[in-house]
Design a binder for this molecule. Structure first.
Ligand code: ADP
Ligand code: GLC
Length: 479
């Protein structure tokens, strides 16, 4: 079974969020299921630099305005096809945003090019290799099934679109239609038209054979108006082909027993070693070296989706509980400055690193006692899965994948011995504050707390089961 996976990021080559983690981890997990995956990625500088010896498999003198080629090779453990199109991708930094902090104006053309070339490959453009199934991720790759449809190729692989976040829809002016090589008749409700514009994600949801999203709860939520964000009608219409498959985490990357980034690696039998990691975290973020204070960690994009404004409003609950806060994140300027101000106001109690830092993410998972994830919506979420594996107790909003992966420490779940964290709903600062106080009380009951930690560490957060589900879906499509 040969699969072409198409995405705009893949760990460890280029990452802005969980999408990269998933796209980068699935090929390894699917290999164990007899599925081989080649990942088609844009030729950003970071990807080009990581590509070893490569072979040119396809070339065009004019891909939306300039020459381009597809290179095949290996890059940091991934079998990749790279769309080398310097006019579109030879730009350093964030893959979507320019130095002025705004989306690149030609993003629709850049990612239409990725999907356009992916559809040619799906249709048999590479001599000697044609995928049985094409798996596209998010709006950046979502036009692929539409191109395949309008190409009308004789032998067409099955297509799956995975929605990692319905909030990012790729909606662009209708006038771009000829520029991105779609026929005029594609511009209809039954085609790529979306509220008078072109909808990339809409097109993918319309034309893919199967639609998945990254948790069963989010799969249900997006068929309702509130989380459906304009696409719920189409998702209801296509409900028969919509399903949710939970994400896993890469157990080699996130392994507390062999994590060289930690002050003291540990496993479930040696939770005491977390004390050293706590000290390291406190030192790193200038938190007081208080052995009693529960440390609440946050590793997040600083956005409304992630409830980071609620976090700011709930700081009193952390402080009044005698806790400390350790934040790693970057995002909206207002939230960044709010956190900086809080840190200045409460030195030693609130520590933040505003920015992106993979090493510190591991240190927080190993050193914080609880991880706060107060998202307003969360398709799956990966940080709470890492937290489970590290014995850092997740405190999460009951939504999307957070609802599916954490078992709340209700009196019943505690007495049954199955709880793994704290959940709250709805996502308001009052409810978050109450959850923080509840977590702090549980923390002061070492027996209950260790039970939560051990249950979390025993939970299966690997890719094994999800990979089996994707493999089954691909097999069903390939016939
Ligand atoms: P999303 O993709 O919506 O941002 P996820 O929880 O699915 O949320 O994935 C976030 C990923 O990015 C995780 O691997 C997390 O550890 C990582 N991450 C988020 N913010 C940072 C940061 N500031 N520095 C390092 N890693 C981060
Ligand atoms: C998106 C979602 C997140 C999910 C990730 C990977 O970024 O916001 O919930 O875990 O994709 O699927």
């Amino acid at each position: 079974m040969q699969v072409l996976s198409v995405a705009s990021e893949a760990y460890p080559l280029i990452k802005t969020g969980g999408l990269a983690d998933v796209v980068g981890a699935l090929p390894g997990a699917l290999a164990a299921e007899g599925v081989s995956v080649r990942v088609l990625l844009p030729g950003y500088p970071a990807v080009m630099a990581a590509l070893g010896a490569a072979e040119t498999l396809w070339a065009s003198a004019n891909l939306f305005g300039a020459p381009a080629q597809v290179l095949s090779g290996h890059a940091r453990g991934l079998d990749v096809l790279v769309l080398d199109a310097p006019h579109l991708f030879a730009r350093t930094g964030n893959p979507y945003v320019g130095p002025d902090g705004r989306d690149w104006a030609d993003n629709p053309v850049r990612f239409a090019a990725l999907a356009r070339v992916g559809a040619w490959i799906a249709g048999g453009a590479l001599s000697g290799w044609q995928p049985d199934v094409v798996h596209v991720h998010d709006w950046q790759a979502a036009l692929l099934p539409a191109y395949l449809h309008y190409d009308g190729a004789a032998r067409r692989p099955g297509t799956v679109i995975t929605v990692h976040n319905l909030a990012f829809q790729g909606q662009f002016a209708a006038g771009l239609l000829p520029t991105i090589g779609l026929p005029p008749w594609s511009f209809s409700m039954a085609g790529v038209e979306y509220y008078g514009d072109i909808g990339f994600l809409k097109a993918g949801l319309r034309f893919a054979d199967r639609i998945t999203t990254v948790s069963p709860t989010y799969a249900a939520e997006i068929r309702m108006p509130e989380a459906g964000m304009g696409l719920d009608g189409l998702l209801r219409e296509r409900a028969a082909v919509v399903s949710g498959i939970l994400n896993g985490i890469d157990e080699a990357v996130w392994d507390p027993a062999h994590d060289h980034l930690l002050a003291a690696p540990y496993d479930a039998a040696h939770l005491g070693a977390r004390a050293q990691n706590r000290e390291a975290l406190q030192a790193h973020l200038n938190l007081a070296p208080d052995p009693e204070a529960p440390i609440f960690g946050v590793i997040s994009r600083l956005t409304w989706q992630k409830g980071m404004d609620l976090l700011l409003e709930s700081l009193p609950a952390i402080l009044e509980s005698g806790g400390q806060l350790a934040v790693l994140g970057a995002g909206e300027a207002e939230l960044e400055s709010g956190l900086r101000a809080a840190m200045a106001e409460h030195p030693g109690r609130i520590g933040c690193l505003i920015g992106y830092n993979e090493g510190l993410a591991h240190v927080i998972q190993a050193g914080a006692d609880a991880l706060l994830v107060p998202s307003r919506f969360e398709p799956c979420g990966l940080t709470q899965l890492c937290a489970l594996r590290y014995g850092c107790v997740p405190v999460v909003a009951r939504t999307g994948g957070l609802a599916d992966t954490i078992i709340d420490a209700s009196p019943m779940a505690l007495s049954a011995g199955v709880a793994t964290g704290v959940q709250f709903a709805p996502a308001t600062s009052d409810m978050l504050s109450a959850a923080i106080r509840r977590a702090a009380r549980l923390y002061r009951d070492p027996v209950a707390w260790q039970r939560l930690q051990r249950n979390g560490m025993a939970a299966d957060v690997s890719w094994r089961d999800p990979a089996r589900q994707y493999a089954a879906l691909f097999r069903e499509l390939a016939g």
